[in-house]
Design a protein around this ligand. Structure first.
Ligand code: SAH
Length: 352
């Protein structure tokens, strides 16, 4: 029988499994705390658990560690980019960033992505599979161990579309914020989506307290459909209706991400359209220079981001400019994974 990754289990599920083993219910909380509070990822080191129960746990469960395939550290700002190898040979990326308020971790939610955004390296490499809740948690636990830090903020903005892996992402967030476990406040979590409208409504009903970020990147349907195929399924008007609902249901402000791209979305009329769309909304715009992706010609001219911010401000829309971290370790999200996957293919490794 294939072993189950114990980090995928809620406390309730762990209690059920441990009772089934003929043990007392409180043992489950002990094990849960070893895993999620002390982050001990080895049954043999759970010293207040009997040898017999450890043996039973060992037989039924596994703890799938992540292996550091590559670790790139920026000389400019201490950003660390990890390429992690999963137990099945697939690769994902995780980025650790240092801010004045603490450490923030950008995690992946899928191996690859099926959303097909034209400017995104993850899309070019295609979709392989969803990440399990345990694999999202492990990005935090392994990075904390490897870099000897405590993560205080989390962004679901790495490889993948979190709302396309909705159930696993929710289970991960529940595990992460469990009071008997890691007790991580979801107020310190941002989730970024390209705009899967029905899932935004579902998320609104859950009142998780997290910050929703929308990758908008254009205020016109034809341009947005061109760079983001998801817009053909859910257009800007439907998306903004869902956002307004989210704001009214949760009382939370939404962040709109906007990569400023030459000749695509940064003209005066783009600023007119964007400010027209967002006026009066409880939101904030985060402008990003586009990361260069080898196969694509998208670029951001030198002052284009600050010029566009000025255009928006003139029209009454507040915009911030995202700090680019780790520019020397480069690699737009998804590029390390692609490189590793093609190197590995030469060696007969992971097949993607
Ligand atoms: N699928 C989710 C989260 C992953 S992408 C989403 O679409 O939001 C995280 C963010 O990086 C998104 O805003 C995405 O549009 C942006 N992004 C992807 N490739 C980029 C690039 N080459 N330059 C700048 N931003 C990029």
């Amino acid at each position: 029988m294939e072993k189950v990754d114990i980090l995928n289990l809620s406390l309730q599920e762990l209690q059920d499994a441990i009772i089934e083993m003929g043990e007392k219910k409180f043992r489950a909380k002990q094990v849960f705390q070893w895993l999620h509070v002390k982050k001990v990822l080895d049954f043999d080191k759970m010293t207040d658990i009997s040898v017999q129960l450890r043996g039973q746990l060992q037989k039924k469960f596994c703890i799938n560690r992540l292996f550091v395939q590559k670790r790139l550290e920026s000389c400019i700002d201490n950003t660390v980019k990890y390429l992690y190898r999963l137990h099945d040979g697939n690769f994902i990326e995780t980025v650790l960033m240092e801010y004045s308020y603490g450490y923030s971790l950008c995690i992946s939610t899928q191996v690859g992505c099926r959303m097909g955004c034209g400017f995104c390296a993850s899309a070019i490499a295609g979709f392989v599979r969803n990440l399990e809740p345990s694999e999202m948690l492990m990005q935090i636990y392994e990075t904390e161990k490897n870099s000897d830090v405590k993560i205080s903020n989390l962004v679901l903005m790495g490889i993948g579309e979190p709302l396309d892996n909705f159930d696993n992402v929710l289970k991960f967030l529940n595990l992460l914020s469990n009071k008997d476990g890691n007790n991580f406040s979801l107020r310190h979590v941002s989730l970024s989506t390209c705009g899967i409208v029905p899932k935004i409504y579902e998320l609104a009903e859950l009142h998780l307290g997290l910050t929703l970020c929308i990758s908008l990147h254009s205020a016109g349907n034809s341009a947005r459909s061109e760079i983001m195929p998801v817009n053909r399924a859910y257009n800007i008007q439907e998306l903004l209706k869902a956002c307004r609902y989210y704001i009214s249901a949760t009382g939370r402000r939404i962040t709109f991400e906007y990569a400023v791209i030459d000749d695509v979305n940064s003209s005066d009329s783009d600023a007119d359209r964007l400010s027209g769309l967002l006026r009066g909304m409880n939101c904030h715009v985060n402008l990003i220079p586009v990361n260069k992706v080898r196969e694509r010609n998208y670029r951001t001219a030198k002052n284009a981001v600050s010029d566009f911010a000025e255009r928006l401000e003139k029209r009454g829309i507040n915009a911030t400019i995202r700090r680019t971290l780790g520019s020397d370790i480069e690699a737009a999200c998804g590029q390390l994974r692609r490189d590793a996957a093609s190197e590995n293919a030469w060696n007969g490794g992971a097949d993607i």
